[in-house]
Design a protein around this ligand. Structure first.
Ligand SMILES: [Zn+2]
Length: 417
């Protein structure tokens, strides 16, 4: 069987045929060049308007890199025609395997982009003997295509999340779709200001915006403001994941300042390495951590007491009736306000302040998929950690859309990977 037969099977073109296939010597890597010819009588297509137009002249031959075969680099070689178009003037023809000035074929770009979903980009570049830049451009192409072709109608529930992405206070605002059948990243914006979130609604059509009935977020004021302004009819839920996250941050703060104080006063550093015992739920502790927690419980420390308050609060989420839940919430807040533990008191105050939005959790039960903000948040964090080499916002944005956006892809004759 000839290579041409294989190519016609995996990458057939209507108006072009494959010609001679030759080894290229002296490149350091095994390389094949495949000639491509236009079919006789086939008229070139104007790249401006997409209509067949009479030929004008031919440009010098160009090489287009194709998907490698058995570790062999493959190039298509073709001299592009220019056409004389009555509406666009003299333009270069459109060919089915490549776009614009890009020297990678479309199939190769999708090939690299798909691998970049599974592996770090520099690894993809090294495995396929290409540059990081080519992988980046391929992902960019895939993301733009996917965003242009994705369907944003009929989104019912969204989750708004903030995530830290560099040392210091650099945040991203992420918007997810969080329905049972469809969990995906919809939007990434820099920072966590009102405008960060508002940019998402500016992007949506009015109908798409109206279809949103539930929105989950944390207690970050700029988000609360924009949700109130943009989604007047939707039920706004302060969700379990975000509230427990805030509580964990408070416990961590209590533990850190207490550990520092104990050490200063010359006590045993019992709180060192105890972070995970305090932050984990009791049933998730390992045997060793349970011993540590038992040891910690002997001291009547603020950290331990805030841990117990947090454990106590978990019961809140198990209520089914908002009436009983609110009774519990109020009592919990009263107990916590008496505790003299400042970070926990701050939590209690903000829970009281946003009481209605928290109770919406019970009203929205079953409508939003409970663990989904947490699941997507974890995936986004892993993605950011893996891409530690990424310095710029643009790259992290592309990478997040690429791995979490569930973006559509075109139909191919052949799946190369
Ligand atoms: Zn034209």
């Amino acid at each position: 069987m000839q290579l041409k037969t294989i190519l016609n099977r995996v990458e057939p073109f209507k108006s072009f045929v494959y010609g001679k296939v030759e080894w290229v010597e002296g490149t350091g890597r095994p390389t094949l060049e495949v000639e491509v010819h236009a079919r006789k009588n086939g008229r070139a297509i104007c790249s401006g308007c997409g209509h067949p137009r009479p030929g004008y002249d031919r440009l010098p031959e160009r090489r287009f890199e194709f998907v490698p075969l058995w570790g062999i680099t493959v190039y298509f070689v073709y001299a592009l025609r220019r056409v004389d178009c009555r509406s666009c003037g003299v333009t270069v023809e459109r060919v089915p395997w490549a776009r614009g000035k890009c020297h990678l074929t479309i199939s190769y770009r999708w090939f690299l982009a798909r691998w970049a979903k599974r592996l770090p980009w520099d690894e993809v570049a090294s495995i396929f003997h290409t540059t990081w830049r080519n992988v980046f451009e391929s992902v960019k192409h895939a993301v733009f295509w996917g965003i242009f072709h994705r369907d944003l109608d009929h989104i019912e529930a969204i989750g708004v999340d903030e995530i830290q992405w560099q040392r210091g206070h650099h945040y991203l605002t992420l918007v997810y779709q969080i329905e049972e059948g469809m969990k995906r990243l919809l939007w990434v914006a820099e920072d966590r200001t009102e405008q960060s979130l508002r940019s998402f609604f500016q992007f949506l059509t009015a109908e798409a915006q109206q279809s949103i009935r539930f929105v989950c977020s944390d207690m970050w004021q700029p988000y609360l403001n924009v949700v109130a302004e943009q989604l007047k009819e939707a039920v706004h839920v302060l969700d379990r994941f975000h509230i427990m996250k805030k509580m964990n941050e408070a416990i961590d703060e209590v533990r850190r300042s207490e550990a520092a104080r104990l050490e200063r006063d010359g006590y045993e550093p019992v709180l060192k390495h105890s972070r995970w015992c305090l932050l984990k739920r009791r049933e998730n502790l390992t045997a060793q951590q349970t011993v540590k927690l038992t040891e910690l419980l002997k001291y009547n420390l603020q950290s331990v007491r805030s841990h117990l308050q947090r454990e106590d609060f978990q019961r809140f989420w198990e209520y089914t009736s908002p009436g009983w839940a609110v009774k519990f919430l109020d009592e919990w807040c009263v107990r916590t306000m008496r505790s003299k533990i400042e970070p926990m008191k701050a939590i209690a105050r903000s829970l009281q302040e946003h009481r209605d939005l928290i109770l919406n959790w019970f009203r929205a039960k079953g409508k939003v998929s409970a663990g989904s903000v947490e699941g997507l948040n974890n995936k986004a964090k892993v993605n950011i950690r893996k891409s530690y080499g990424f310095r710029t916002y643009n790259v992290i944005e592309l990478s997040l859309y690429h791995t979490l956006g569930k973006l559509p892809e075109p139909k191919f004759t052949h799946e190369f990977c």
